[in-house]
Design a protein around this ligand. Structure first.
Ligand SMILES: Cc1cc2nc3c(=O)[nH]c(=O)nc-3n(C[C@H](O)[C@H](O)[C@H](O)COP(=O)(O)OP(=O)(O)OC[C@H]3O[C@@H](n4cnc5c(N)ncnc54)[C@H](O)[C@@H]3O)c2cc1C
Length: 463
């Protein structure tokens, strides 16, 4: 009997190491690889134009790579719970496959789709391939709770053996396309999505699996660099990246973390090399750590209702928040829910890292690591002509120097919103109170000491 399977792409936008796609290709003689442009994402995430471009390039590359195995990508707009019933009927679907996704929206969306699939007699197969291990298995190995320190994660993982090996790419994935495929299901352009391509920045990191594999291979060639890689001995404000810049590819799943892990392993097996937490394997374990904790923690991206997060009485100041936050989520190519929330908690000493009295100074850190302010000159062009004495504190420059630099603070560039020293003191005080009160995050002293010993080994990149 003829069978039709949908493989639903969400993350995991690749052919290599994609067990769910492979299952669809093996199970059916007509495979429909589908990507749904779900309106939930632009509504709930701050997606900048460069990330849109990255996604569309990735989808285009996916379609190109699918063509090589006799298949095509079907891009469909709509809410998944409305799209699937129509597609199930239209194509007479018997199987649905997808990669597991541990983010809260994905978990509730997928459970609804599972129900809809059942009502349509569609068999569902979901596979783990976005993380090194199945996060649920890790949690269950740790007694039903996520390990809350890196060291604990390492201990749990060491009892689970090596991560599963990447699976082979499908060599054939037969798809019966319709003549008007491109019109009905083609990858849209930025314009078709109502975006202006002229707002995009220079194309430094093109999206897609092909570029992800090329970039990973070029990194893997640098064997001595790989073997000596050590964070934080990388340079957070160098003009060229001092790390791999594989994060957007890992976030969208253009690159399998397991493939990257085993490629690194091959290099490590032949030479002396650094180890976690500072090595590149160590970075993948940080990723695994935050994914695992995020999968098991309510309100992981919030303070309120988040059991691992210190409850600190922060000010509520919409104006400051707006001035500060614009930058981050919107401009990131790699914005990743689990990693972003986990790292912000770490950096703010709200969870995982507890030395709240160590506060980075946006002025002193820059002066120490980039005396001439070249990073600022490149990325904040308004300040590029300030003398180096004022590059980190332009508001202190006398008016004639501001005029000479072609930038009046308060007019051409915003004034500082807070006085760093005053704010530092105020925040340390309220954090000390939170740490000393009973409002802990449910963790014990052991976690604190483990976290600080890991921290000694691994000073964060942002420091
Ligand atoms: C405040 C803050 C917010 C962050 N938000 C994000 C985010 O939204 N998306 C994101 O991908 N990363 C985030 N990170 C983690 C980290 O900074 C980036 O993953 C890394 O800089 C990406 O560059 P790379 O690929 O060259 O990393 P490399 O150093 O080459 O590391 C290789 C891979 O390891 C993983 N990795 C590296 N550092 C970390 C880390 N600290 N935590 C978890 N995984 C890590 C990433 O997948 C990365 O691609 C954040 C860090 C901080 C401090």
């Amino acid at each position: 009997m003829k069978t039709c399977a949908i493989h639903w792409f969400r993350k995991g936008l690749r052919l290599h190491d994609n067990p769910a796609l492979l299952a669809a290709c093996k199970a059916a003689d007509d495979v429909k690889p589908v990507f749904i442009l779900d309106p939930w994402f632009p509504k709930n995430a701050n997606v900048g134009i460069n990330r849109w471009r990255f996604l569309l390039q990735t989808l285009q590359n996916l379609d190109d790579n699918l063509k090589k195995v006799n298949s095509r990508l079907y891009v469909v707009k709509g809410k998944p719970n409305e799209v699937f019933p129509k597609l199930f009927k239209h194509w007479g679907v018997s199987h649905l496959t997808f990669e597991e996704d541990t983010e809260p929206y994905a978990v509730s969306r997928d459970s609804e789709i599972q129900k809809i699939a059942k009502e349509h007699n569609v068999e569902v197969t979901s596979c783990v391939s976005h993380t090194l291990f199945d996060t649920q298995r890790t949690i269950s190995k740790n007694g039903g709770k996520a390990p809350l320190t890196y060291q604990r994660l390492q201990t749990v993982l060491s009892s689970m053996g090596s991560p599963p090996k990447p699976v082979e790419s499908p060599t054939k994935c037969q798809t019966k396309t319709e003549p008007d495929h491109d019109k009905k299901y083609g990858v849209p352009s930025l314009e078709e999505l109502g975006k202006s391509p002229e707002d995009c920045g220079p194309l430094l990191f093109p999206g897609g699996e092909t570029e992800a594999l090329r970039r990973m291979e070029s990194m893997i060639q640098k064997k001595s660099w790989i073997c000596s890689f050590e964070k934080p001995k990388t340079e957070p404000n160098s003009l060229e990246p001092s790390t791999t810049v594989l994060s957007p590819y890992l976030k969208f799943g253009c690159l399998s973390p397991r493939l990257f892990y085993y490629k690194l392993q091959e290099v490590y097996s032949k030479a002396k090399h650094t180890s976690p937490p500072v090595s590149l394997h160590g970075q993948l374990l940080w990723r695994e750590f935050f994914y695992t904790v995020a999968a098991d923690t309510a309100n992981f991206d919030k303070m309120e209702g988040n059991p691992v997060c210190k409850q600190i009485p922060w000010d509520i100041n919409e104006e400051y928040l707006k001035a500060w936050k614009e930058v981050f989520e919107e401009y990131l190519l790699d914005a990743d829910w689990s990693l972003n929330a986990g790292n912000w908690m770490w950096l703010s000493a709200s969870a995982f890292f507890h030395q709240y009295f160590r506060v980075y100074s946006p002025i002193e850190f820059g002066k120490k690591t980039d005396k001439d302010g070249n990073y600022i000159r490149k990325y904040v062009p308004q300040l590029s002509k300030f003398p180096k004495a004022f590059i980190y504190e332009p508001w202190k420059a006398p008016l004639d120097i501001q005029k000479k630099a072609g930038c009046i603070i308060g007019k051409d560039y915003p004034k500082a919103i807070v006085n760093h020293d005053q704010m530092r003191k105020k925040n340390i005080e309220r954090m000390a109170n939170a740490y000393n009160s009973n409002k802990t995050d449910g963790g014990g002293e052991k976690r604190k000491s483990e976290a600080s010993s890991v921290q000694k080994k691994k000073k964060r990149k942002v420091e």
